[in-house]
Design a protein around this ligand. Structure first.
Ligand code: CA2
Length: 154
C-alpha cells in the first residue's frame, strides 16, 4: 500500500491566488493541491490535502492522522504564531512533521518570527512560495523511506 502524506493548511490559505500575490504568488490552493497529487504519484505516495479556517478542525485532523498517515506537512498559517492547541496535538503524533510556509516568515514582521510548531517539527521550510509544497513532499518521501528501511532492519 502506498504511504500517505497528510497536508494541512490553516486559515485564509483558501484565498491564495486571489489577494496579496506579491507575498503569496498567483497560484490557487486548488492548483497547489493538484500539483502535490501529481508530484506525490511520481514519488509513490498518496496525498490527503485539507484546509480549514478553524483551529479545532486542524486539531481533529492531526489527532486522526495517527495510524492513517505516514507524515504530516503543515502550513498552520496564522496559527503558527498563536496556537498551543496545534502544538499539543502535533506533540502527540509519532509522525514526522514538516512545517511549511510559502513566505520567508523571518523577513517579515517580527510577530511572524516565533512559531509554536517549530519545536516539534522534524524540519521547517519557508520562502519558496508554492514550490515549497513540492519540496516538502520530496522531504516527506525521504523521511518515510528512512523510517521504512529502519523498520525493515528490526
Ligand atoms: O507564508 C506562509 O505560508 C504563512 O503561513 C501564511 C500565513 C501567515 O500568517 C504566516 O505568517 C505565514 C497567512 C496565510 C494567509 O493567506 C492569504 C492568502 C491570500 C491572500 C491573503 C492571505
Amino acid at each position: 500500500m502506498a504511504h500517505k502524506v497528510l497536508i494541512l493548511n490553516g486559515p485564509n490559505l483558501n484565498m491564495l491566488g486571489t489577494r496579496e500575490p506579491a507575498i503569496y504568488g498567483a497560484t490557487t490552493l486548488g492548483d497547489i493541491e493538484a500539483n502535490c497529487k501529481a508530484h506525490a504519484k511520481g514519488l509513490g505516495l498518496t496525498v490527503d490535502f485539507r484546509q480549514s479556517n478553524h483551529e479545532g478542525k486542524l486539531v481533529d485532523w492531526i489527532q486522526q492522522a495517527r495510524g492513517k498517515a505516514n507524515c504530516i506537512i503543515i502550513n498552520p498559517a496564522a496559527y503558527t504564531h498563536t496556537s498551543v492547541a496545534i502544538l499539543d496535538a502535533l506533540k502527540m503524533t509519532d509522525l514526522p512533521i514538516i512545517e511549511l510556509h510559502m513566505s520567508n516568515v523571518h523577513a517579515r514582521e517580527p510577530f511572524r518570527y516565533h512559531s509554536y510548531v517549530s519545536p516539534v517539527a522534524t524540519g521547517v521550510l519557508c520562502g519558496f512560495g508554492a514550490d515549497g509544497y513540492i519540496m516538502a513532499l520530496d522531504a516527506a518521501a525521504r523521511l518515510i523511506a528512512a523510517q521504512t528501511s529502519k523498520q525493515n532492519k528490526k
